[in-house]
Design a protein around this ligand. Structure first.
Ligand code: SAM
Length: 230
């Protein structure tokens, strides 16, 4: 209920910069957050994942993003959902995660930027939402580094990672890097989606086997990944 109803109300109230993408929707629909947990939504964008985590019982969600507009949208969505005190927007870079979020963390949820960058036409918010270095994996790599640091810092508190990724960003590499970091990894939901405009800007940078054509349109495969400590 939360995603469709909030999206409807939200669209009536705002012109969102960060409308929830099919990736965010897949992760929101497959999210499993424990009651009372402390969650970090990395690259919170619209705030849909933060609010979904609260709806599932998260005690507190640190919603981090480098885009102030995303933080404003997340705060507005949390107010609309009646949980402004449980979603704490923070202007921060994901590479600082282990330094800036206080205390043990139970879960990280993330839909990272994951397109290779070469776009000169997208506006600043779109670039921040998608561009992820020459191989599209800059943020996924940084996230896994931070996950390792937080796992150590957490002491005995087990850290769960829920991440949504796309076939165009090397999901098999993400899975094997998470396994190498000590996690048991499973794909908990899958979907396909037509390419969005930003994808066509960089289509020649994407491996041909990483997408497919259907009804004249290019499509990506989406995977919602759950990683729990072994
Ligand atoms: C693909 S979007 C995620 C969308 C979001 N989950 C939602 O529900 O709308 C990626 C987000 O990461 C943010 N971002 C980009 N670089 C970042 C960084 N270095 N640290 C934290 N967030 C970053 C972008 O501003 C954008 O909001």
């Amino acid at each position: 209920m939360i995603l469709s109803e909030l999206s409807r109300q939200y669209a009536n109230l705002f012109q969102p910069v960060m409308a929830p993408s099919p990736l965010t929707q897949l992760l929101a629909g497959s999210l499993e957050v424990w009651a009372g947990s402390v969650v970090v939504d990395v690259g919170c964008g619209s705030g849909v994942l933060s609010v979904t985590a609260v709806e599932q019982g998260a005690r507190i969600v640190y919603a981090i993003d480098t885009n102030p507009l995303a933080l404003a949208e997340t705060a507005a969505l949390a107010r609309l959902a009646g949980c402004p005190r449980r979603v704490l927007p923070m202007l921060a870079d994901l590479s600082d995660l282990s330094n800036i979020v206080p205390g043990p963390i139970d879960a990280i949820v993330c839909n990272p930027p994951q397109l290779p960058s070469r776009s000169s036409t997208a506006n600043r918010s779109e670039r921040m939402a998608y561009d992820a270095g020459t191989d599209g994996r800059r943020y996924i790599r940084a996230l896994i580094q931070e996950v390792k640091a937080i796992s150590v810092r957490n002491g005995g508190t087990p850290l769960t990672v829920q991440l949504v990724t796309t076939s165009v960003a090397g999901p098999e590499m993400t899975i094997s890097e998470l396994r190498a970091a000590g996690f048991s990894v499973s794909v908990v939901a899958e979907a396909t989606a037509p390419f969005r405009p930003a994808y066509y800007d960089v289509v020649e940078l994407l491996p041909a086997a990483s997408y497919f054509r259907k009804n004249g349109e290019l499509h990506e495969r989406l995977l919602s990944i759950l990683a729990i400590p072994r």
